[in-house]
Design a protein around this ligand. Structure first.
Ligand code: T4K
Length: 373
């Protein structure tokens, strides 16, 4: 039985990577913002079409440093509005920075944060909104910016899923005050582990640089109690190589999604998220929602796939607000759309080299669960 996992890391040809890292054996400069680090930062700015970008050791650290660099909580306002339909990282970062997460619901159309819900949760203690471009689907960035402007709030996007996504030509990483990208091995673009913050105000650059490097200002000067969130040269080199191939990777993913849609779209009881108008997608995930009318539950399909060696994943179940560490502190009863999505979603395998016949096999298993094989 052939095992197919939910994703498979993209890697450049081995020789290309070896050539990229070969000079490191001469320079012995392995980390602390070296040649590869600068090359990747520059390459990303160009690829993403943003003026400012800073690399980090992973997306989570990038998010935490962005909270610090934006000075959130400093003026006594400590509430941050986000959604529970996300990876644990989003809410953990808020909590770990001494801020209070407030859970808004998501929209049924694409499961991104619902601006109406956000607006209803703004209080005089709110300092920021942290929307998530879940599965690479863009939030309603205009409505969110409008709320932020009217109430004097910062907007920090969790764009972990949205590398390469564009709306009418504008990069997903260009919205709000700042956007965090994840370059984890499982992402459309990876540096093994890694991440970045893209930001609007260039002044944020020096703040981010301090927070990622122990607060160091100069050889004898430390300005703040920063941590260590620097990306090393080997990971940056992986990024430099992967960036050369990322357009091709996204194009291949588009073909995989097309195949899934040909097989699953319009099947009674299955819901696929409709493509957003004007958005160039990155095809990061293949979420399918199982409605009651399908004839099998999400968990039933999950088990059937697992029995056939197919590792689908329930991104994102349970809701972050239902995790043991937040039970009793965060309330999921006020986010019914998110709760429904978490109960019904299954992300099917998605990666550039997933063969069409494997997509057909996966779809065959799914459909047979609903008696439609
Ligand atoms: N915000 C959001 C919305 C996020 O989704 C994430 C990360 C973050 C913030 C934080 O960004 P980072 O700090 O991670 O940069 C994975 C990833 O670990 C995590 O990065 C990601 N979100 C989350 C959605 O998924 P798991 O526990 O599902 O990963 P794992 O190890 O089960 O891997 C899934 C599949 O990927 C495997 O079955 C096979 C494949 N794989 C995995 C690894 C580790 C590979 O092909 N190569 C690999 O090296 O969390």
């Amino acid at each position: 039985m052939k095992t197919i996992l939910v994703t498979r890391s993209s890697m450049p040809p081995m020789e290309e990577y070896i050539e990229e890292v070969r000079p490191l054996w001469e320079s012995h400069w392995l980390t602390n913002m070296g040649v590869e680090h600068r090359k990747l930062e520059e390459g990303l700015r160009e690829y993403l079409g943003v003026s400012n970008a800073a690399l980090f050791t992973n997306g989570h650290s990038a998010l935490e440093c962005a909270f610090e660099a934006l000075g959130l909580g400093k003026d006594g306002r400590d509430e941050v509005i986000t959604t529970p339909f996300t990876f644990a990282s989003t809410v953990h970062a808020i909590v770990r920075k001494g801020l209070r997460p407030v859970m808004a619901d998501v929209r049924p159309s694409d499961y991104t944060i619902d601006p109406v819900s956000v607006e209803s949760l703004v209080t005089e203690r709110t300092c920021a909104i942290v929307p998530v471009h879940v599965y690479g689907n863009l939030c309603d960035v205009d409505a969110i910016q409008d709320i932020a402007d009217r109430h004097g709030l910062k907007v920090l996007y969790d764009a972990a899923h949205a590398f390469g996504v564009r709306k009418n030509g504008a990069s997903a990483a260009s919205f709000g005050d700042a956007s965090m990208l994840s370059f984890h091995a499982t992402k459309v673009f990876n540096t093994v582990e890694g991440g970045a913050v893209c930001f609007r105000d260039p002044a944020l650059g020096s703040e981010l640089a301090r927070w990622r490097n122990f607060g160091i200002e100069g050889p004898e000067d430390v300005a703040c109690s920063g941590g260590n969130a620097k990306m090393d040269e080997f990971r940056a080199a992986m990024g430099v190589c992967n960036l050369r191939h990322v357009d091709e990777e996204i194009a291949k993913r588009a073909r995989v999604e097309e195949r899934y849609r040909e097989r699953l779209e319009g099947v009674p009881g299955l819901k696929l998220i409709a493509p957003q108008p004007g958005v160039e997608h990155n095809h990061a995930y293949m979420p399918v929602f199982f409605l009651d009318s399908f004839g099998a539950t999400r968990d039933g399909v999950f088990e059937a796939l697992a029995e056939e060696g197919v590792g689908a994943r329930k991104y994102f179940y349970p809701l972050v607000s239902d995790f043991a560490c937040y039970r009793g502190r965060l309330d999921s009863s006020r986010t019914p759309v998110a709760r429904g999505a978490a109960a019904r979603v299954l992300c099917l395998p998605m990666y550039a080299d997933l063969a069409p016949e494997d997509v057909d096999r996966i779809c065959g298993i799914v459909l047979s669960c609903g008696g439609r094989g």
